[in-house]
Ligand binder design. Sequence first.
Ligand SMILES: [Zn+2]
Length: 101
Amino acid sequence: MYCHTGVDKVFFSDFPAFQRFGNALVPEGSLALKNKSFADDYQPIDAHCTCSTCRNYTRAYLHTVATNEAVASSLITVHNVAYQVNNTQWRFISCPECLFL
Ligand SMILES: [Zn+2]
């Protein structure tokens, strides 16, 4: 995804601030955690992510706090930054020429 859209768009934009709106990055795109469909979803944001948010909080918990408390932004930020770091590392390992795009 990022490889062909330009790394600068990822690192030098407000894309990582997605969490302000309760959005969490996942391989399929993003999850709008304020959506009521997550109220009873007891999975982590991303089952393959090892960040502290995914290890300790469910989508249901984040849905509940995302609609009321700023702490959700911090928790989702932890996940989104970890997701981007892991995704970028994977991209550069699997596609070294992407470093020069
Ligand atoms: Zn995570």
